[in-house]
Structures are given as C-alpha cells and as structure tokens.
Write a protein that binds this ligand. Structure first.
Ligand code: ZN
Ligand code: ZN
Length: 169
C-alpha cells in the first residue's frame, strides 16, 4: 500500500476491505515493530484526500487484539474499534500535521501499524471484578482460593482467638 501524495488524484485514494493479520504482522521495516498482539484480520476503511493544500487520511478500523490482564496476567481478547484522521503537509510541521518531503511517499501499511501501536490498550482487565493474583503465593484468585487466607487457622495458637474468657465478677 504505497501512495505518492504529489500524484494523488482529485478523487483521492481509498481502500475498503480486510487486511490479513499475516500481512500486518509481516513487517521487515526496522523502525516499526509488527503488532503481533493483533489476533484477527483488520477490517479497515481508508480515505486519503487533499485538503487546503495538505492531505488528510481518514482511518477506520476494527480488529481483535490480545491483551494481558493487568491484575492477573491472563490473556484476554478485546475488540478494537476506532476512527481517526491524520494530516500530512509539505510545508507545515506542527502537532496536528506530519511534515513529509516531496513527492510524499507514504507507506500506508506502516502508518497503520504505527497507529495501531499507539492505540494499544495499556490497562485492561479480564473482567471488572478480577481478583488478581495472591501476593503471597501467586495463585490466580479468579480460579480458586489459595491456602494463604487459611494459614491463620493452621497456626498453633489460632485456637486462642476463639476462646472466650469467662467474666468473673
Ligand atoms: Zn484478570
Ligand atoms: Zn496465596
């Protein structure tokens, strides 16, 4: 998916379809790591247009991505869905626009990879009430109780706790 901005037709450039997971992950460019955590094909619509002398790329995607629960470290799959716009310019470089050199060679797939990385979820939970791991033994507490909570009961003096002292008047 290579586009040269200076050659962009007046109708722009569009892509509507599915980008296979394998293609997205097959990345031999050094500076962009391939997002191996994407675990489905990417349904994607792209629209690149001239806009006031600059260029605007509308992106809309949906795919499944694999995350790790931040509490229990279990793998979870979450649906990613997003609409975003990127701007490119031959003249202006600011927070909203990327300066590109003429003729403006864009590798759309790399741009997509980068944006997907930027939108990776960093703090997901496998479920709202994830109990996480036991801080003592590391057991996943969603799957059952560990012994740590019961240790007190086994303690030789634990029985003392339940002893009621008789009141003497
Ligand atoms: Zn969890
Ligand atoms: Zn434990």
């Amino acid at each position: 998916m290579q586009v040269v901005l200076i050659e962009l037709a007046s109708t722009g450039w569009q892509f509507n379809g599915t980008i296979p997971k394998e293609l997205l992950q097959d990345c031999d460019v050094d500076n962009i790591e391939s997002p191996q955590w994407v675990c489905s094909d990417v349904i994607c619509s792209l629209d690149l247009q001239r806009e006031y002398g600059d260029f605007k790329l509308d992106i809309e995607w949906s795919f499944d991505g694999e995350d790790r629960c931040m509490r229990c470290q279990d793998k979870t799959v979450r649906a990613y869905q997003k609409k975003l716009s990127l701007f490119f310019s031959f003249e202006t470089d600011d927070e909203t626009r990327d300066l590109v050199e003429k003729p403006g060679d864009l590798n759309i797939l790399d741009i997509l990879r980068e944006e997907i990385w930027l939108n990776q979820n960093q703090s997901s939970l496998c479920k709202k009430k994830c109990k996480g791991l036991c801080t003592k033994c590391g057991v996943n507490r969603n799957r059952g109780q560990c012994q740590c909570d019961q240790v007190d009961v086994l303690h030789p003096f634990a029985g003392l706790r339940s002893l009621a002292f008789e009141k003497k008047d």
